[in-house]
Design a protein around this ligand. Structure first.
Ligand code: MG
Length: 306
């Protein structure tokens, strides 16, 4: 483990995708677009704005194309969409995206449940898409889901994750992400997996996706940064949940992660004030309090009395 964290970290906002996907309350297209606009204004440069899934399975994403039509091309903003299969890839191309997040899966049981195939089937699907994505000029981020544990198979061997990562990289990609889909990672596991990943695919930028299901998400983010990761996913307000863990909280919260990093002089490029304002706005839209703490505690450092 490299004890030092990088001087700066890229935050990928996944609230409009992973956050909303796990919320039962449906938001209007206008509200989703406003959420993305506020996030971009707060300094987020990469936003995962939608998922190309079957709308009968995930009603929250039924307006994916309508949302993307209004946010792709926002100045200074990189918009991506989650691609689960070849049909999703075609939709990403048609939507004019310049970046995609393809989802591979570490276990057969999760691959069957999520994408109707096997772990190997998804590696092969990426083999058919990687070259086309490159030819189209897309930035190709690939995630390995349930990389730290699977709700159906339990513990996931590190060797299997590394084998999948190598196979995906052979087809070509620009960034690899390990996702703790159900929030069971720990700092030691994060260190072990990303250290092994860095050796397996040297030079490839590494990204991490954590859920705060058991309140280990921020410790895991810190461990990831000390293990060579330079890109972290987070969701505004800690929005979301987990379809396989009833009652679970969502991703680590963008504002709480950014506050931790900025206190330690790790640059994120985001405005904490703008993010907490955005969370208060989103809480009003969702009509519930979100898990993040930043919007509900006093700003720090405190503003000195005049
Ligand atoms: Mg997730």
């Amino acid at each position: 483990m490299t004890a030092q964290r990088p001087a700066s970290v890229t935050l990928v906002e996944v609230g409009p995708r992973d956050g909303l996907q796990n919320e039962s309350r449906l938001l209007s297209t206008d509200t989703k677009v406003e959420m993305i606009r506020r996030l971009a204004a707060a300094g987020l440069k990469r936003i995962e704005a939608a998922s190309f899934v079957n709308p009968t399975r995930v009603p929250q994403m039924a307006d994916a194309e309508a949302v993307l039509a209004r946010v792709v091309g926002m100045p200074g903003l990189g918009v991506s969409g989650l691609v689960l299969n070849e049909r999703g890839f075609e939709r990403a191309l048609a939507a004019g995206l310049r970046e995609i997040s393809f989802v591979a899966v570490a276990t057969d049981a999760m691959a069957a449940r999520n994408q109707g195939t096997t772990a190997r089937g998804l590696v092969e699907a990426w083999g058919r898409l990687a070259g086309r994505a490159q030819a189209a000029g897309l930035f190709r981020s690939v995630t390995i889901a349930v990389a730290f544990g699977c709700p159906f198979e339990g513990e996931v061997p590190l060797a299997r994750v590394i084998e999948i990562a190598r196979a995906l990289a052979e087809s070509g990609l620009d960034e690899i992400c390990l996702a703790d889909t159900i929030g069971v990672a720990t700092p030691a596991a994060v260190e072990a997996r990303f250290s092994a990943l860095a050796q397996a695919v040297p030079g490839l930028p590494m990204r991490a996706h954590f859920h705060n299901t058991r309140n280990t998400g921020y410790a895991n983010a810190d461990a990831a940064l000390r293990s060579g990761v330079t890109v972290l996913d987070a969701s505004l307000g800690g929005l979301g949940g987990c379809p396989f863990a009833p009652g679970a909280t969502g991703n680590i919260a963008t504002e709480d992660l950014a506050a931790m990093l900025e206190r330690d002089r790790v640059a994120t490029g985001v405005s904490l004030a703008a993010l907490t304002d955005a969370t208060r706005w989103l809480e009003a839209a969702m009509e519930r309090r979100l898990p993040a703490h930043g919007a509900h505690v006093s700003p720090w450092p405190a503003v000195p009395a005049a």
